[in-house]
Write a protein that binds this ligand. Structure first.
Ligand code: AMP
Length: 522
């Protein structure tokens, strides 16, 4: 199929040609005609599938006629992270270069002044992270009642980051008569309910089974003892043909340690995580994209959607804490038909996490050995991680008290464990942060423990409770802070908020998982 067969206007087609695309991707083929017909769309698609163009291209055509009024944007796109928001705005610039659409990017970490000035002039396309949008709305800088097209991107990531209450609030300010485009990489029941609440008779498009890693990524895993991980990484960096790579760590503070260690060994390496000021984040990513930095040690802020053309490698220095994150991390490479390579460094303490990943991707990750390093074994006790300051019930503590398989894990008694600082000093290792609640795992199924579901209550009662609850402001502030620090924060569930979509019954679905979930909700 050709782009010209999808119903797009000549100026958009010209921009596509300038960009060098010859054929629409499957999601573009299906979504573009629907969006142009002004239908709602529920898209289950990962980044790397051409999803962004599937909504930006038709939106440009739709918005080409008409004019924006001051403070009343005509379309709204919500993104979970600033990097993704910035990337979508670049797409609008690329594909809208033959149009005169005005655009504003509202993201945390930047001053309000410029953003407010733009809003005052009137914008056709508003791209925002939820927290900053709510801030500006509350200050009266923005009105949402002229939104004609509303896009929620990366809905499952929004859920993970605790943004759903903010999104519900934003949706309640939008006109009923609007077009809604909803994209998510995975479709768990919570996301399905949310989609049911926001969309009207949507066209459902699924371009890849949820969470399937790209076939273009060659995966491998190295099983080593904790103390050998850096050596193993250096070996891979030296023996692989690495043009550029993301190296993912689970914790921000480990990023700095690894970056310094790699620098000491002569690698050209930068860092990217949510504690950095936005200007530094943007600059680092830009330098990496330009090839000035070859390796980027990063947190999951770089895992979703970040599009670096031709990234040759992804290294998981830590096994990700949720299997979905594995899929997103390795999806940074092997994009747009190119080949990519993804390596993961696992330790014996990662047995369960690796099991969860292989269950999700429905295949084993091939194991490779590294010359000169002892290959560890899953399930064995990693004596190298014992007392390594993993922190609270961390892996070290777990391995010390590890029960037989399948049993409930217990922490070793306190007196049996040396203080973390002492252990760290002894072994010249950095003290790791206490792990946040999110990383507690249910011993039954390896999924992060979610908060208990709240009992059902009526919408009116829930709203009244929220309005009267003094903790509401505190929770809002917390969410806002999270928008400024949008990676590896602990998930706090819904806190005191009862989202409206939780009060709706889910669409009946045949899978066993869904029926269990529904029966539990009672
Ligand atoms: P996305 O899934 O939106 O993050 O897009 C992933 C990458 O695919 C981006 O680098 C796009 O520039 C690229 N891309 C999008 N559409 C096409 C297309 N039709 N042909 C080739 N590349 C594309």
């Amino acid at each position: 199929m050709l782009f010209s067969e999808l119903g797009l206007g000549p100026d958009v087609l010209r921009a596509i040609e300038d960009k060098g695309y010859t054929q629409p991707t499957p999601i573009q083929e299906q979504a573009i005609p629907c969006v142009l017909q002004r239908r709602d769309v529920l898209g289950c698609a990962q980044t790397g599938t051409g999803k962004t163009a599937s909504f930006t291209l038709p939106m440009i055509d739709i918005l080409a006629s008409g004019r924006a009024r001051a403070r009343m944007p005509r379309s709204l796109i919500l993104e979970p992270t600033r990097e993704l928001a910035a990337q979508v705005s670049e797409s609008f610039e690329t594909y809208g270069k033959h149009h005169k659409l005005s655009m504003a990017l509202l993201i945390g970490g930047e001053t309000f002044t410029e953003q407010v000035k733009k809003l005052d002039r009137g914008v056709d396309v508003l791209i925002a992270t939820p927290g900053r949008l709510i801030d500006l709305f509350e200050r009266g800088n923005i009105m949402l009642n002229d939104i004609k097209v509303f896009v929620i991107d990366e809905a499952d990531r929004m859920l993970d980051m605790g943004f759903i209450p903010d999104i519900e609030r934003i949706v309640s300010k939008l006109p009923k008569n609007r077009q809604t485009l909803f994209f998510s990489a995975t479709m768990p029941p919570e996301i399905r309910r949310l989609a049911d609440a926001f969309l009207t008779d949507p066209m459902e498009i699924s371009v890849a089974p949820p969470a399937s890693p790209a076939e273009t990524v060659t995966q491998a895993m190295v099983l080593v003892h904790e103390m050998d991980k850096r050596k193993a990484l250096r070996h891979l960096l030296q023996t692989e043909d690495v043009k550029n790579a993301f190296i993912f760590c689970n914790r921000k503070r480990d990023i700095a340690v690894l970056q310094k260690s790699l620098e000491r060994h002569g690698f050209n390496v930068g860092a990217l995580h949510g504690d950095m000021v936005q200007s530094k984040r943007t600059e680092t990513l830009e330098r990496f994209k330009q090839g000035e930095i070859t390796l980027l040690v990063c947190s999951d802020v770089a895992a979703r959607g970040i599009d670096v053309q031709g990234l040759s490698h992804v290294f998981n220095f830590d096994v990700p804490l949720t299997p979905d994150d594995y899929v997103h991390r390795i999806g940074r490479t092997g994009r747009a038909g190119k080949q990519g390579r993804a390596f993961m460094l696992a330790t014996p303490d990662d047995t369960k996490l690796v099991g969860a990943i292989t269950r999700l991707i429905k295949r084993e990750i091939p194991m490779i050995a590294i010359d000169g390093l002892e290959t560890a074994e899953f399930g064995e006790e990693d004596s190298s991680s014992r007392g390594r300051g993993r922190g609270r019930g961390g892996r070290a503590a777990k391995s010390e008290g590890r029960p037989p398989r399948g049993g409930r894990e217990e922490r070793a008694p306190r007196e049996e464990r040396a203080p973390r600082e002492e252990r760290a000093a002894r072994e010249e290792r950095p003290v790791r942060e206490e792990r946040p609640v999110r990383e507690e795992r249910s011993s039954r199924d390896d999924r992060p423990v979610r908060e208990e579901r709240q009992p059902r209550e009526s919408l009116a009662a829930a709203e009244a409770r929220r309005n009267n609850d003094p903790r509401r402001d505190r929770d809002r502030d917390r969410r806002r802070r999270r928008d400024d620090d949008d990676d590896d924060v602990p998930v706090i569930g819904f806190g005191d908020h009862m989202p409206a979509f939780m009060l709706r019954s889910a669409r009946p679905r045949p899978s066993a998982e869904t029926s269990t979930e529904q029966s539990q909700e009672g």
